[in-house]
Design a protein. Sequence first.
Length: 185
Amino acid sequence: MRIYYIADPHFGHERIIQLCDRPFSSVEEMDEAMIRNWNARVTADDTVYIVGDFWHNGTTPANAILKRLNGKKYLIRGNHDRWMDRETASLLAGQSNLMHIFDPSCGGHPVTICHYPMLDWPGRDSFMVFGHIHNQEYLPFSAYLNDEPRLLNAGVELIGYRPVTLAELIAINRSRKESRAQRPD
């Protein structure tokens, strides 16, 4: 059993392709690619923490997409997850949970998961896995997010449009932070 993380897939959201410069020509292509990528990595025995903004105004219902995805799915509510409620989540027969913040342990490492990046979070010795900001580096607090090694952005644009493990998420974020540090001002 493995544990994976993914934030901001925005299944069904056509406009996100342009907003975040995603490499897809249509929402159908994007959705199918992310479903394929997900199921190529995740087995039925794996756990995936969806760190918000799973679906947004698509023609295919969110539950139909969730049912196509492998693994036990924990849904951490994001700002575009107004479609979710306890009744909707319970339709997945125990395969889904709905929360705003979660503090699991992953391989002995404490982790705090919230859709929104927090500048201070419970258990400061834990990793903070977040989404919401996608691949934006110009926000007022970006310098802090970029410098703090325990803050891990799980946005799909940064992780290859597929769920990743904590070790992969740490490596991806470290590489991005090192790359930014080497840029000339």
